[in-house]
Design a protein. Structure first.
Length: 315
């Protein structure tokens, strides 16, 4: 399923030119400084990128310059324009961007210079609400005010796909768009009824919220989950274990996409091989999602062509 998002505004810092442009060189900048685009500070991308930075800065001649961004959709635009050397993105957004489909801004504007480096971990779809809200299933979101994530983010794309699959169209709810931290504040203050957060559990913004507020997680289960996976092949079954968040003792069924490292075709092969090797040979220094990130699974769910530098390491 591909949703028509013509009437949605996406904030993509690189703009349409960044999405349609070919990957380019970084001019006269210090070649040892590598631009790494992450996500918002309250998600998983940014702190995990900090772990990668510490490893690469310590073990190589290169230094990763980690930047906060609106995450996946903005990041593929930055890779397409050459403004980013590396970025973290969702595997579904990588597929959309490479093929020029799925999202209005990408329709007919394929980024064929996008290249994969490695897949990392499941990015779990969390749908959070206040405890006692009466919202237990995705169908219960009909008529509610929902934060679907940053405008233009992979989270928003996933949220709209899931809502539509459940029969909730854009006129059936009130949409708000912010980063994860602000979304958590809105749940606490009662400004929204539910919020979509996509990230490897436990997500920091949800942990911060559940430390002071009673929350609930909405299941994506049974027939709804089967329909979501049938309509969008990049979704996989996932479960948030009971006890991951305070006050939620039972497992919560949901779906996930896959987080991955990407680069662009013009990136130097030796640079990519060095960065890839350094990260995967020092996984013991990673403090987030370390139970999922592994050499053996680093190509699972890879939706685009691998960069030759990454291939040289993994092969």
């Amino acid at each position: 399923m591909v949703r028509d998002l013509n009437r949605r505004e996406f904030v993509v810092a690189s703009g349409v030119a960044g999405i349609t442009g070919l990957a380019g060189c970084l001019g006269d900048e210090d070649e040892s400084q590598l631009s790494w685009h992450a996500g918002g500070e309250s998600g998983t991308y940014y702190p995990l990128s900090g772990d990668f930075k510490s490893i690469v800065d310590e073990e190589t001649e290169y230094s990763l310059q980690v930047q906060t961004t609106g995450a996946s959709l903005e990041n593929v635009g930055s890779l397409g324009s050459g403004d980013a050397d590396f970025a973290l993105i969702q595997n579904d957004i990588a597929h959309f961007a490479y093929n020029g489909t799925g999202i209005d801004q990408l329709e007919g504007n394929e980024i064929t210079t996008l290249r994969g480096v490695a897949t990392l971990y499941p990015e779990t779809i969390h749908v959070i609400t206040q405890a006692g809200s009466g919202i237990e299933t995705i169908g219960d979101l009909d008529g509610q005010t929902i934060n679907t994530g940053d405008a233009g983010s992979g989270t928003q794309v996933n949220a709209l796909q899931i809502l539509e699959t459940a029969g909730i169209e854009e006129d059936d709810f009130t949409e708000q768009n912010t980063d994860f931290g602000t979304a958590a504040d809105q749940i606490r203050d009662g400004d929204v009824d539910a919020a979509f957060v996509v990230g490897g559990w436990p997500v920091g913004s949800i942990q911060n919220l559940d430390s002071s507020e009673d929350i609930s997680l909405v299941e994506i289960a049974s027939e709804t989950r089967e329909d979501v996976m049938a309509e969008a092949e990049w979704f996989a079954e996932d479960t948030i274990p009971g006890g991951t968040y305070d006050g939620i003792g039972d497992d919560v069924e949901t779906v996930s996409v896959q987080a991955m490292i990407a680069t662009h075709a013009d990136q130097d092969e030796e640079v990519v091989e060095t960065v890839t090797e350094t990260i995967f040979e020092n996984l013991d220094q990673i403090s987030r999602k370390e139970e999922f990130i592994d050499i053996e699974s680093a190509q699972d769910g890879m939706p685009i062509d691998l960069h030759p530098g990454a291939a040289a390491y993994f092969e």
